[in-house]
Design a protein around this ligand. Sequence first.
Ligand SMILES: NC(=O)C[C@H](N)C(=O)O
Length: 353
Amino acid sequence: MNRILVVFTGGTIGSKKQNNKIDVDHSISFELLERYTQSKKARSVQFDTMQPFNLLSENLIPDDWAVLFKAISKFDLSDYDGLIITHGTDTLPYTAAALSYIYHACPVPILLIASNYPLNDARSKGLNNFIHAVNFILGTKLPGVYVSFENRKGEALIHLGTRLQQSAPFTDEYESAYSVPLGYMNDELFIRVEHPVNPTMEEIREPRSRHIALKTPIFSNEILYLKPYPGLNYNYLPFAGAKPKAVLHDLYHSGTASTRAVNGEIRYSIVDFIETCTKQDVDIYLCPMKNEGEDFYVTSVHMIQAGAHPLAGITVEAALVKVMLAYGSLQTKQEITDFLNSTSLFFEKMGSA
Ligand SMILES: NC(=O)C[C@H](N)C(=O)O
């Protein structure tokens, strides 16, 4: 008999709408299984269930990933064909990255799923995403962490857990980096998208040994994330109160941010800010950046010369969670640097397309 462990964590897929408000509701999680069992596409599977927390995913904090890990650790995963984790769409790419790192050597598939609307709304993709996840698990038995999410065209996309980017506002559509999902489900059959950035099936199947740092993964909540925009004024960021362990500074799409020095009081230059961080012993990382070998703008060169560390060929979502993991679980600067620069635990480092 096929066996799948279903982990409910909340989100719209576990929510009910009442008086025009959507909120998590314990009974709805189990309704998903009832709907599946009654569906024509149901397969013969024994589902075991648990619910370590029940949150709208916007309320999630990095400690919750450790809670999730502890809860899953109570089960022997070799008893299962795979896991399905229900989640909210808002922070799903971050949880998918966190689980990809924790379970990069897991021999069975772990699928995250979500829903755009509550299950009793006819527009909900929740049940379909569950059906695709079951079919992926039983059909491929691929190790690692994936996201199953149907797009507006009805394509049952499968994304690598480390490649998914935040959902687009207004359309609520997900995309993997380079706009290339790993593949899609054609009914019960998984079809990989042939593209230079995608790992081959052989590469995915290759056994990975568990990274030594990840025995008890801890994700630091002392990382500051910043995003550039015209006029970002670094005077607001002197770290007067609490000081972060590290900063991840997002960049414009071409790997740049403002280095413009203006006479006067306002600091628009990231170079200035990098120097402030360095003086205060706060490491600063830059992402997204293209891989070496491609041309760099002079602004990017100046940021790196000032002492910032580029994280190349990785999405911002996967980079942020990896920095959190490095600063939460590793001890020395050298270990952190090696981990961030030299490991690709589950295809978070992408080649150039
Ligand atoms: N569709 C959703 O699940 C959105 C919800 N706010 C969440 O992330 O929990």
